[in-house]
Design a protein around this ligand. Structure first.
Ligand SMILES: Cc1cc2nc3c(=O)[nH]c(=O)nc-3n(C[C@H](O)[C@H](O)[C@H](O)COP(=O)(O)OP(=O)(O)OC[C@H]3O[C@@H](n4cnc5c(N)ncnc54)[C@H](O)[C@@H]3O)c2cc1C
Length: 388
């Protein structure tokens, strides 16, 4: 299919949750905008039924953003408490929704359900957006030179860490995350646990199938994860209980397991001329703090707001204004990106060392979080809302 690239005002490469949400924010406010969305995936949603089953922690801030575009997922169990501790060491903290006066600290939603909800919403809007082209099964790279001089090229083609080229700051943690579901009993339904071990964190999270199930994310060295993937189901459950070393209820059965290599891959300048990188295309993070998608949605929302200020009114100086606006956008996103990347990298690195000063420091940090409420509230607020 030949695409009208040279007449589009905005081209979005990549239709994961961040690219889809960005297209929706733009079209909701400016249905006439000429946008081309380059989607690697097929038009029908069937491929998603066997796709990414990962339970993603969505912050309260992201929930509000998704609700604003009618793309909130119904099967999204809330997290009321998060218990953070370090196996075999002192210090622990319990965060509660009541500490910060919210209905929930966050929600767990399957990756594929987020994508389905966003695709559904965009499909509903499409008949009223006459200049919107949604190109499926398309993954050729687009060059800025193919676009008109006042158009913007948005890269939202993030992908997973091991699928990406190295960007300006690239770090392989030597870890993978094993992700899956557990059948459980007598486990508090709206509670999440994050248990740090010498090899990496283990998270036990609420599940969309209700209180008899939990999601888990077990981060450890690539070798360990390889071995865990191959264990018989019953052996795996025993290993997980052993690794947690704390009573959270009965773990009965593991349902499926999938491994994801982990790393940090950061693009320093997210603007080059009229090209902009958002979501995982701008920064790919360790999942320890559950922040990658939350940060990406804030990128998409802020960028859409900035672009609307340019394209909402016809202007002979659009090309120049666009460059200024994009530089302003980069500045606006810097604090949130820096803070989220630093906290995530610190958590992934500091908890994975056994050097004496770090052991003391992280024990003190967890204790301080527990006993100094303003500190705990500040951290919870950054995790829940970030900065837009
Ligand atoms: C194990 C694990 C657990 C996680 N848990 C959390 C969590 O709890 N909370 C959280 O906020 N984040 C979490 N994340 C991170 C989150 O999954 C990502 O940050 C998020 O998916 C980024 O969305 P995106 O749309 O930018 O990129 P993606 O989801 O990677 O989507 C990019 C899309 O672009 C497509 N694409 C690639 N190349 C091209 C091309 N050339 N042309 C067109 N399309 C292309 C891809 O097929 C894909 O559909 C986790 C990640 C992992 C690995």
């Amino acid at each position: 299919m030949s695409l009208p690239i040279s007449s589009a005002q905005v081209v979005i490469q990549g239709a994961g949750p961040v690219g889809l949400a960005c297209a929706i924010w733009l079209l909701e406010n400016h249905p006439d905008l000429s946008i081309i969305l380059l989607d690697k995936n097929p038009q029908q949603d069937e491929f998603l039924s066997s796709a990414d089953d990962r339970g993603i922690a969505i912050s309260e801030g992201s929930k509000q953003l998704l609700e604003s575009i009618h793309a909130w997922v119904k099967e999204a169990p809330p997290i009321h408490y998060v218990h953070v501790s370090h196996r075999g060491h002192f210090g622990q903290t319990l965060m509660s929704k009541d500490d910060i006066g919210q209905n929930a600290l966050g929600h767990i939603v399957r990756y594929r359900d987020i994508v389905i909800a966003l695709r559904h919403q965009l499909r509903q809007m499409k008949p009223n957006c006459v200049n919107f082209v949604w190109a499926f099964e398309f993954s050729d790279s687009i060059e800025l030179q193919q676009l008109s001089p006042d158009a913007c090229l948005i890269h939202a083609d993030g992908g997973l860490f091991h699928e990406q080229f190295a960007k300006d700051f690239h770090k392989d943690y030597g870890q993978s995350a094993l992700v899956g579901s557990l059948e459980v009993s007598d486990v508090s339904p709206n509670m999440a646990w994050e248990r740090f071990t010498e090899e990496g964190p283990i998270a036990i999270l609420p599940h969309h199938h209700g209180p008899d199930f939990k999601n888990f994310v077990w981060c450890a060295s690539k070798n360990t994860i390889e071995q865990l993937t191959q264990l018989e189901e019953s052996e795996f459950v025993l290993k997980l209980q052993e690794a947690l070393q704390m009573p959270i209820g009965k773990l009965k059965k593991v349902l499926h397991r999938k491994a994801y290599p982990l790393g940090l891959n950061i693009k320093k300048n997210i603007i080059v001329e009229r090209e902009v990188w958002i979501g995982n295309a701008a920064q790919t993070l360790h999942p320890v703090a559950g922040q990658g998608l939350n940060l990406g949605l804030r990128d998409a929302y802020t960028l859409a707001t900035a672009l609307l200020s340019i394209y909402a009114r016809p202007d002979p100086n659009t090309a120049q204004k666009l460059q200024e606006t994009l530089l302003q956008y980069q500045k606006q996103r810097q604090r949130d990106r820096d803070a989220t990347i630093r906290v995530t990298d610190l958590m992934a690195s500091v908890f994975a060392t056994n050097a004496f000063p770090f052991v003391i420091a992280r024990g003190l940090a967890l204790t301080a979080l527990q006993w100094i409420p303003p500190l705990k509230n500040q951290l919870a607020r950054q995790m829940m809302f970030g900065q837009r």
